[in-house]
Structures are given as structure tokens and as C-alpha cells.
Design a protein around this ligand. Structure first.
Ligand code: IPE
Ligand code: IPE
Ligand code: MG
Length: 244
């Protein structure tokens, strides 16, 4: 009943003013589980389940790229059992969802230092990227062993190795050497679980992103909440430092 009511009240997404690239900090899996007296790992399992409907809805709406924060450079400090579960879930997600995502026109990519992930995760990600490399409808960009600071340092160091001594780096050089080099900057950053922080995500790229904080814990984040975030985005007045 309540669902019907909220559907009825839902306003349509305006096609003309869509974010091209949405970045999501998928936070709150542990709290979701703990509130139910469950182990944190079950929260992560539910969190993975929540991702597919969001990818599908983004594809349907016409979003070009979705970058999701799945594992940060700081998440290695968690207990090793939790880290192992998260890595196993990466392999599971890729194995079970790649074909369906491919059918939806989704290209799977990653950002972050993937070379530090367990071999099994590296192999399944390489397979999924190759399998979906010709898809053009939506880029699903998985941020794994990702940290904004580490990414900037990797970019600067690689640029320095490949550039004559004495050169000066430009903003365009930086953008070209970051892991996200083929994507536009995110227009919209969504964080679930009500936390108001960036936690080392896309530090360079989020310079002018609009921010939407959702109180829902990530396993409860559904397509209706995604549409709410997009409608909120559509009500913003982006000025980029100018007068608009
Ligand atoms: C997000 O959920 C998933 C990862 C960081 C891998 P959390 O595990 O951070 O959940 P909370 O914030 O403890 O609830
Ligand atoms: C950010 O969430 C990282 C991911 C969602 C993968 P965290 O739970 O790690 O961030 P903090 O510790 O609350 O800042
Ligand atoms: Mg968290």
C-alpha cells in the first residue's frame, strides 16, 4: 500500500539533465548485518546483491558510467577474515553476473591497484573485462584496492617516468594518467548509510560533483533511492565557480 503510494507520487526522471557519470560509496553493509544480529560478512553478501538492480536501473535510465567503491586501500586494515570474504565476493559477483551484464550492454572495468588483489580475483576481473570489452551502453567501473591518494601518486610517478626531465604537469596530463582517464568526471556522488565523508574516493575527479547522502544502508539501497538521488541532482544549480 505504502509502496503504491510512493510510486504514485514519484516524479519522472527528466531525460535532458542526466548525470553522465555517477560514483557510489556503497557503505553500511556491516551495520546492516549487525542490526540483524548477523555477521558482517552476511551484510557484504547482501550488499553485492543490491548492486545488480542499481546497474540495471542506471542502464535503463541512460547513465553512461557508474563507478562503485567496493574496496579501499584502507580496507586492508580490517580483520583478515573480512578481507577474505570481500575478495571471494568479487570473484563470485564476476562469475555469476558477467554474462547477464554483458547482455545488458555493460562494460566492466576497474580502477585501483588491482595487481595487489589475490590471484583468483585478478583472474576473474581480467576475464570479465575481456568478455565485456565491446559493450557500450554503460561502463561499470569497480573501484578495488582503490584510494584517491594512491591513484594520484601512481599517476604522477608514471607521468614522470614517461616525460622528459624538467617538464611541467598540466591538469590534462593528470586526468590522462589517472585510472579514470577514459571517463568524464562524476557529476553525482552518492554515499549510502548517512555518512558525510569522501573516505579517499576519487579525490581529483570529484572536484565539482554534486553530493547526495542517503540514509539507507547499502543492502537496502534500491532503484527507487537511485531515482531519488537523480531527481535531487536535477534540482541542483551547478555553477562550477562561475555565476551559472
Ligand atoms: C561497505 O560497508 C563495504 C566496504 C567498505 C567494503 P562497510 O563494511 O563499511 O559497512 P559499515 O560501514 O561497517 O556498516
Ligand atoms: C568506504 O567505506 C569504502 C568503501 C565503501 C569500499 P568505509 O566504511 O571504508 O569508510 P569509512 O571508514 O567509514 O570512512
Ligand atoms: Mg563503512
Amino acid at each position: 500500500m505504502q509502496d503504491q503510494e510512493s510510486n504514485h507520487e514519484e516524479e519522472p526522471i527528466l531525460a535532458g539533465d542526466l548525470p553522465r557519470h555517477i560514483a557510489i560509496i556503497m557503505d553500511g553493509n556491516g551495520r546492516w548485518a549487525q542490526r540483524r544480529g548477523m555477521e558482517r560478512s552476511l551484510g557484504h553478501r547482501e550488499g553485492v546483491k543490491a548492486l545488480k538492480p542499481i546497474v540495471k536501473e542506471s542502464t535503463r535510465i541512460g547513465i553512461e558510467a557508474l563507478t562503485v567503491y567496493a574496496f579501499s586501500t584502507e580496507n586492508w586494515t580490517r580483520p583478515s577474515e573480512e578481507v577474505d570474504v570481500l575478495m571471494a565476493l568479487v570473484v563470485e559477483f564476476v562469475a555469476s553476473e558477467t554474462h547477464e551484464l554483458k547482455d545488458e550492454g555493460v562494460q566492466i572495468r576497474t580502477i585501483g591497484d588491482i595487481g595487489r588483489l589475490p590471484e583468483a580475483a585478478q583472474q576473474s576481473l581480467a576475464w570479465a573485462k575481456n568478455e565485456t570489452r565491446d559493450e557500450r551502453r554503460l561502463v561499470l567501473n569497480l573501484a578495488l584496492n582503490y584510494g584517491g591518494r594512491a591513484e594520484i601518486l601512481r599517476a604522477v610517478n608514471r607521468w614522470r617516468e614517461e616525460t622528459p626531465p624538467g617538464s611541467r604537469m598540466t591538469e590534462a596530463d593528470m586526468a590522462a594518467y589517472l585510472d579514470t582517464h577514459e571517463l568524464p568526471d562524476p557529476d553525482l556522488l552518492i554515499r549510502s548509510s548517512g555518512e558525510f565523508r569522501i573516505s579517499n574516493f576519487l579525490l581529483w575527479q570529484l572536484a565539482y560533483a554534486e553530493i547526495f547522502i542517503s540514509d539507507k544502508l547499502w543492502p537496502d539501497f534500491d532503484p527507487a533511492e537511485l531515482r531519488r538521488a537523480i531527481r535531487d541532482y536535477q534540482s541542483r544549480h551547478r555553477r562550477f565557480g562561475g555565476l551559472g
